[in-house]
Write a protein that binds this ligand. Sequence first.
Ligand code: SF4
Length: 108
Amino acid sequence: MDKEQIAKMQAGRRANHALNGKYAIDLTVDQKETLERVRMYCPSAVNVFLKAFSKRSMAAAVKAKCIECTNLQKAEVTRCTISGCPLWRYRPYQRDAVGVDKTDENDI
Ligand code: SF4
């Protein structure tokens, strides 16, 4: 890893810390409870939820909803077959499915 990559990672971490501090104040009780569950079971998605709760990103809101819908199992979002869901075509991690076992889809 070169110095430029390390600097980018450090800047990303600083931005994430700033995001936590800036938006945590405005959370409702329900949002705080959801965030606690996310911190416990899917910590990599904390900033996605913070962005969604703070109205900072609609894409983050879709992503957060899908993660919540699958009980905080991100891999399940990739495998979602509920095409009747209005978010289905917008769900995140679809690109991850390219190299993934498509057995579930073939069974439909
Ligand atoms: S697209 Fe799938 S994972 Fe996302 S909210 Fe709809 S049913 Fe849930």
